[in-house]
Design a protein around this ligand. Sequence first.
Ligand SMILES: [Mn+2]
Length: 388
Amino acid sequence: MAQAGVRTIETGWDMLAANPRLVVAVAGGALALVAALALYRRLRRAPGERFRSLLAGRESISVLLHPNPDADAMAAGIAVAELAESVDTDTVVQYTGQVRRQENRAFRTVLDVELDRIDHVSDLAAEAVVLVDHNAARGFAGADGVLPFAVVDHHPGEGGGEAYTDVRTDYGATASILAEYFRDTGATPIPPDAHETEVTGATLSTRTATGLLYGIISDTNRLTRGASAADFAAAAYLQPGVDEDNLERIADPAVSTEALDVKARAIAGREVRGSFAVSDVGRVSNVDAIPQAADELVGLEGVTAVVVLGEREGTVHLSGRSRDDRVHMGRALEAAVDDVNDASAGGHARMGGGQIGPQITADGSEAVSVLGRDELIDRLFDAMDGER
Ligand SMILES: [Mn+2]
């Protein structure tokens, strides 16, 4: 028996020796197997682990939020920063535009989020740019030329990262993806009353856990709109680490007197035709109050689409909301002002906005708008009706 085995081996060697091509084929096959095994191992690693080791390979990164960042974008930003700093990668969280809306401002203040505002591609803090909550850089000079290092997002789009792309359009929030990354790396959320030193191994700070949960809550309208099982699971994972007092401070920031006043004016002064409403709130000193009033108005019984308009320093600001599938608000606003000088408007199906700049009248004096308010209001109703 043993002899037969030896003979087989010898025969094998003879065959190889007689056929050098076979040697090449066997060696090539073995190499391919090793490579396939390595690739399989790499792919089998959870996305969070893969993302973290990619970050570890960079000295510094810029985490870029979308223009006018919301809570989900800021939450994802501080989460990537925490993950990166756990592997000693320097991080700057950057954005363009403004942090608008009271909840977003409260988020930034309560969680003490450090954000660096940029206007130009040269302001980016690092060569490696990680995009969160959007998948193609936009909103600043030179944005077109940015080739991101990595992308983590839940919006549809063509954008991707050079080294890493994780876009999950079935998720309600980017924050849920980041929560999974921490879970993938075995991080334990630190309860708000515990000290970090009491927890051994990888951790998730209370600040980031609270921010991520708020990101999920705000992007899914408190888990009632577009929330997947993964968003619920992410919220459950974060829960032990959440500081409820801070969460409440973000969710219900004290409403400023003017914002309340503008909401009251929008409700009292609304003109209703069918299930649509338009309200002119007159002059405002803070234009943020206009979209907030629109949010309030579209929540009224029987109203399915609204536009609120107000004026600041000669410019008329429009903000529309629709929960009516027949009204694409962005397109309706665009249609309402398409032939007006120095006007722009647009947006999504459910929300849109626009501005009409100060108009110069025939005698050279500056008027608020050549378009009379009554005519503008008629146009807005027509546009919502699909008649423009
Ligand atoms: Mn989002």
